[in-house]
Structures are given as C-alpha cells and as structure tokens.
Design a protein around this ligand. Structure first.
Ligand code: COA
Length: 322
C-alpha cells in the first residue's frame, strides 16, 4: 500500500509585512527584493499566542476536516520543522495532545526546507511496510524568530506559516520518491543551537541566528533540484511534460523559473505563492499544495511532482497521483 493524500490544510498568520514595510526597518527596497526573489510580502507571527505549535495545530485541524477523518483515526503524526517552540516534547507530540489524536505515534523531522518531503517519504515507507494506515504530516516554521533582523540579505526572504496533509494507505497515490543529503556542504546555511548550560564549558552567550551564503544556496538549488526531478522521472519512465503540476519549494521565483527552463516546460505548470508567502521552509510545499487544492485546480488522476531543497544540505522529490 502507498500513501495517498486525502486532505490538505494550511495556516498563515494574519500579520503581513510588505517589502515596503521592511524598507522602513532596514536599508532595503521593494525593487531589490522583488527583482531578485519575486517576493512582495510575507506573513509573520505577531503575538506570543501565535507560534510553531498553534500554526501546526490550525493547519492539521484544517487538513483533517478536509479529509473527513477524526483525530482518533490517525496512526502517525510527523511534523517537519527547524523552529520548534520546545526542544522536547517534539512539536508532533504537542500537536497530538492538542488534537486528541490519542492513537498516533508522533515525532519531528529536521530536514529544513526539504522536511515536508522527508515526512511524506517516511510516512509512505511506513505504509509500504504495513505498519500504519493513516498519517497527518505537517510542515511548519516560525523562521522570523531565527533570522537575524540586522542581516538584510536573509531576513527579507523568509515568512512564517504551516501546511498539512492527511495520508491514507491506498492502492494508488505515491508512485516514486527520492531524497538525499550532503552534510559536507552544510555550512552554507546554518543556525546554531543557542545555549549550553554545562558548568564545565565556557559558552559564548551571544545569540546565534540563521546564517546563509545566498549565492552558494542559489547555485546548489538550480543544479540539484532539476537533477533530482530528472532522476525521479527517469525511475518512472515519464517525460517532464507528463506531469500535471510541479509543486516546488517556494524559495525564489528565479530558482523556479530556472528549473522550468531546464525541464523545457512552460512556467504555468509551476504554481507559485512565493510572492505573498516568502520562503516558509518546511511549510512552503504543503501551503502551496493546499492553495492549489482549494482553488479547485487538482483533478483525480493528475500527476503531481513535489520537490525541494534546503539546509543540511538536503533535497527530495515525490511523484504522486491525485
Ligand atoms: N536589500 C538591498 N540590498 C541588499 C539586500 C537587501 N535586502 N541584501 C543584500 N543586499 C546587497 C548586498 O549587500 C550586496 O551588496 P554589494 O554588492 O554592495 O556587496 C548586493 O545586494 C548583493 O546583490 P546580488 O549579488 O545581486 O545578490 P544575489 O543576486 O546573490 O541575490 C539572494 C541574493 C539572497 C536573493 C540570492 O542569492 C538567493 O536567492 N539565494 C538563494 C537563497 C535561498 O533560496 N535560500 C533558501 C534556501 S532553502
């Protein structure tokens, strides 16, 4: 049995920060951000009650309602995130508690912007092994608390939000997937853990924020993501044009356009929401999936190719039938 997506949901905080709003806070401009990334605005948490857990719960509830499943019917909860509110318990266990999904096993996955794909592939592997039959997978990030708001080259790129999907074991659904990592290149995008309370170690008390070598990540993305997509297509014998929709990680419209060009496909096969969400890391693919689903664009039998890349470095792709 394979994983079939039977419901989607998402949540974006109400507060919208436009590029012009940010240019009031730092030396940047709408023209600089838009021309290099396609981003016009992003949603950001703006109160203590809005956090990684609350966004994950909202997106999860919405996906369950959309799927018509009760929380008690869920066997597995996977939350992909690098911005948990707590180190322990995991966000997945906290979501389980909030939703009363009492029969689920729950754990988090840390694969940055590829995290939702790693969660999808993990759930699918459990289904293929016959261990579980239903899963709630969530990608959620509050990157606004990790970025350095004095580093204009990174903070303008990211947004907060959550996206979720409910999976059910089925004869169809997932067709093929792949994922990969290159830890040797991990220095290009890092965020160190913030504290060390060990009395035998003298610690640097300064807070550690997200650091990114933007040019390195750009080069990695425009090379690795199309390679990954082509490898997946080769596994299945499908041509790029056979895919109905490409739902890619929403980091930068220029990266999406470059991938479309490499695959010799029109850009209209690549729905995008980077202009209003920015890069929401692990949440970006499921938020986009939910938007496309709720807009009525997905028809039974459509072939969807989901793909992304991120810190680690990590990358992944999944091909599935809607
Ligand atoms: N506003 C105005 N100027 C800015 C700026 C901002 N927000 N951020 C950086 N700059 C300046 C820099 O200081 C630099 O100035 P200098 O040349 O005087 O030193 C200049 O702009 C760099 O511009 P450019 O070389 O055109 O940048 P770029 O084409 O490399 O674009 C990124 C920068 C970050 C948009 C691009 O590298 C990128 O998208 N990388 C991938 C990031 C990504 O996808 N990360 C997510 C991983 S999951």
């Amino acid at each position: 049995m394979r994983a079939k997506i039977i419901g989607t949901g998402s949540f974006l905080p109400k507060k919208i920060a436009t590029n012009n709003d940010l240019s009031a806070l730092m030396d940047t401009s709408d023209e600089w951000i838009k021309s290099r990334t396609g981003i016009c605005e992003r949603h950001l948490v703006s109160s203590q009650s809005e956090n990684t857990l609350s966004m994950a719960v909202n997106a999860g509830k919405s996906a369950l309602e959309n799927a018509g499943l009760l929380p008690e019917e869920i066997d597995l909860i996977l939350v992909a995130t690098v911005s948990s509110d707590y180190i322990t318990p995991s966000t997945a266990c906290m979501v389980q508690k909030e939703l009363h999904a009492v029969h689920a096993a729950a754990f988090d996955i840390n694969a940055a912007c590829s995290g939702f794909l790693f969660a999808l592939n993990t759930a699918d592997a459990y289904f293929q092994a016959g261990i579980y039959r239903t899963a709630l997978i969530i990608g959620v990030e509050t990157l606004s608390k990790l970025v350095d708001w004095n580093d204009r080259s990174t903070c303008v790129l990211f947004g907060d939000g959550a996206g979720a999907a409910v999976l059910k074991a089925s004869q169809d659904g997932m067709i093929a997937s792949l994922q990969g990592s290159n830890g040797a290149k991990g220095d290009a995008l890092v965020c160190k853990s913030r504290t060390n309370n060990n009395p035998y170690i003298s610690t640097d008390a300064s807070p550690s924020y997200l650091y990114m070598d933007g040019k390195e990540i750009f080069k990695f993305a425009v090379k690795k993501e199309p390679e990954c997509i082509q490898e997946l297509l080769a596994q299945t014998g499908l041509a790029p044009s056979d895919i109905t929709w490409y739902l890619l990680h929403q980091a930068n419209q220029r990266i999406i356009a470059s991938i479309a060009k490499k695959l010799k496909l029109p850009l209209d096969k690549f729905p995008s929401n980077v202009h209003h969400c920015g890069n929401t890391s692990a949440a970006s693919i499921p938020i986009l999936l939910d938007e496309v689903h709720r807009a009525g664009k997905l028809k039974e039998g459509d072939l969807l190719l989901l793909s992304g890349f991120g810190a680690g470095l990590t990358w992944g792709a999944a091909l599935l039938k809607w």
